[in-house]
Design a protein around this ligand. Structure first.
Ligand code: SF4
Ligand code: SF3
Length: 544
């Protein structure tokens, strides 16, 4: 069958199989083609840098940034701007050709390492660089599983880089693994091993970002975040980049413009350093997929620092700005000088945000805060006041089937505590689920990358309880996924030995039947069922 495009990297892919006409996310075939080509030339660049390292030649940090930035651009809902993507392809080809001259032995390099062309040839080449160009479905599945994990890892690396933190080993692995997805000599077993190794570096990448964030902004602490609005005009910041938020807060001081977080930026409120800004008012709205209504009602400028962008309505498109890896055609992109004055000036002419709701949500339960409460937590577990923790981290999305997570949270036994991170939390973080002995029943560690905190908490509890196996803890995993950052979180958990993870609302379309079988057999990965059945499975009982 003729396809206009092929993409199956996210949970909302058409028919749980692949977007072939246009992306459910709004990605058009021409943008999809340039994203495919960007991934292809980045794989080629990674093959060159991997060879250079093998020959003992150092690779410049700027090249590492180029690789991670390129992959980040191709994450679901990050960048819809064809021109921006084409210019990254050109830059990558230039850098690659220059580095190629330093390679001593280029005989084993794949075709992608050598390929270069004028822009007029990009479209034809993109068609050959499609995901479907790998014919064996299991090899394709594993190559894409690794690639999507690396995209997630790139996003987290880039955030750490923004805070002047880097890990050369993570970058070297990332490029080696990306290059390996071009290697036809690798078997399915080799690629399964590489996927797990990707998880290992996923843990390192998230640890690096955790260190970068906490050193820059302090350890997250229990915080009540206002979800109402004030009387001043405001700027709404979405995405995951805390450094962008910090710069915006600096630049808005004394301007009379307030700053609100949206979706994955909510956890910024939990960090001590951000609390010192008097105009950092609260969180507005919900997870990314509700932005069409909520951005319209916000009335002021919106800054998207990363994914997730929904193609904007005309009614607010001129108020939508992008920065970093994010982009949308027709929306102003703020460059690396991070001059936000245009947003501030626009905000001053805008009405204050329309109130959506009132109240507060509580969060800030990253690893240091939970460990500060360790005695209380351990006591509650020992006494039976807390029977189980349910990790419900991950992504939210627009699929109706995701109501499952709200219903599941509501129906949980009253002695169960939810551990969460990522925008999945919006499915239940405004419910009144109460607390157990002063411990709220929803413990929000932060953004999706802060799933690392949940792993640290699990490992610490394992130590405290003197257990041999992380799976002996009273913790079950019911994770929601949408885009590729969730893939690196999943691979990281698998690397840490976590078994029996439930993944929903549907299993990834990019897992072939055989690859799924391996994941089921080795790790007990499963989908979700009905709320009742899953409660029975996790707790051995029906609804409470
Ligand atoms: Fe489809 Fe998801 Fe790819 Fe968008 S990112 S084109 S929705 S699979
Ligand atoms: Fe959400 Fe896009 Fe994944 Fe960072 S903002 S968790 S979906």
């Amino acid at each position: 069958m003729e396809h206009n495009m092929f993409c199956y990297q996210c949970q909302e892919t058409a028919g749980c199989a692949g977007c072939t006409r246009v992306g459910v996310c709004g990605k058009t075939p021409d943008v999809a083609a340039m994203q495919d080509l960007l991934v292809y030339v980045t794989r080629g660049l990674a093959a060159v840098t991997t060879q250079l390292r093998a020959e003992g030649t150092a690779v410049d940090a700027q090249v590492n940034y180029l690789v991670t930035w390129n992959l980040f651009v191709t994450i679901t809902n990050a960048n819809f701007d064809k021109e921006a993507i084409v210019s990254r392809i050109r830059e990558t080809l230039d850098v690659k050709q220059e580095l190629l001259t330093l390679v001593m032995d280029s005989s084993a390099l794949p075709e992608a390492a050598h390929w270069t062309a004028e822009e007029s040839a990009f479209e034809a080449k993109a068609a050959q660089a499609s995901v479907l160009s790998t014919e064996d479905e299991d090899i394709r599945s594993l190559r894409e599983l690794i690639t999507y994990g690396l995209k997630g890892l790139s996003a987290y690396s880039k955030h750490a880089n923004a805070l002047l933190r880097e890990d050369g080993e993570v970058d070297a692995f990332l490029q080696r693994a990306l290059a390996a997805t071009l290697d036809d000599s690798l078997t399915a077993d080799d690629l399964v091993a590489l996927a797990l190794e990707t998880g290992k570096y996923g843990v390192s990448g998230m640890a690096l970002l955790d260190k970068a964030n906490t050193e820059a902004y302090g350890n997250p602490e229990i915080t009540r975040v206002n979800i109402g609005v004030g009387k001043n005009p405001g700027i709404l910041v979405s995405g995951h980049d805390l450094r962008d938020l910090e710069l915006l807060l600096e630049q808005t001081q004394g301007t009379g413009v307030d700053v609100y977080t949206h979706s994955e930026m909510l956890p910024a409120h939990y960090y001590p350093v951000f609390k010192k800004y008097p105009n950092f008012v609260g969180n507005y709205g919900n997870a990314w997929w509700k932005q069409k209504e909520e951005f319209q009602q916000f009335n002021g400028p919106i800054l998207m620092t990363t994914n997730c962008i929904v193609p904007p309505k005309d009614s607010y498109k001129d108020r939508l700005y992008t920065t970093g890896a994010a982009g949308y055609p027709g929306c102003t992109h703020i460059g690396e000088e991070k001059d936000f004055s245009a947003l501030i000036e626009l905000a001053k002419r805008c009405a204050p945000p329309t109130e959506l709701e009132r109240g507060e949500i509580i969060g800030g339960f990253a690893h240091a805060q939970v460990m500060a409460l360790a005695d209380k937590v351990v006591e509650a577990v020992k006494s039976g006041a807390i029977r189980k923790f349910v990790v419900m981290a991950g992504c939210d999305g627009r699929a109706k089937s995701r109501d499952y997570y709200t219903e599941f949270a509501k129906a949980l036994p009253k002695d169960a505590v939810i551990l969460t991170a990522g925008c999945a939390k919006y499915k239940y973080n405004k419910l009144d689920l109460g607390e157990i002995g002063g411990i709220p029943r929803v413990l929000d560690a932060g953004q999706c990358n802060d799933s690392y905190s949940l792993a640290v908490i699990a490992l610490k509890l394992k130590e405290v309880f003197g257990l041999e196996d992380i799976n002996d803890l009273p913790i079950v995993y019911n994770i929601a996924w949408y885009e590729q950052k969730a893939v690196i979180v999943l691979l990281s958990l698998l690397y840490l030995g976590v078994k029996n993870i439930h993944l929903g609302p549907t299993l990834p379309a990019f897992l072939s039947p055989n690859v799924s079988k391996v994941l089921v057999k080795r790790f007990g990965i499963a989908g979700i069922g009905t709320v009742e059945d899953d409660l029975a499975l996790f707790f051995g009982e029906k609804k409470s």
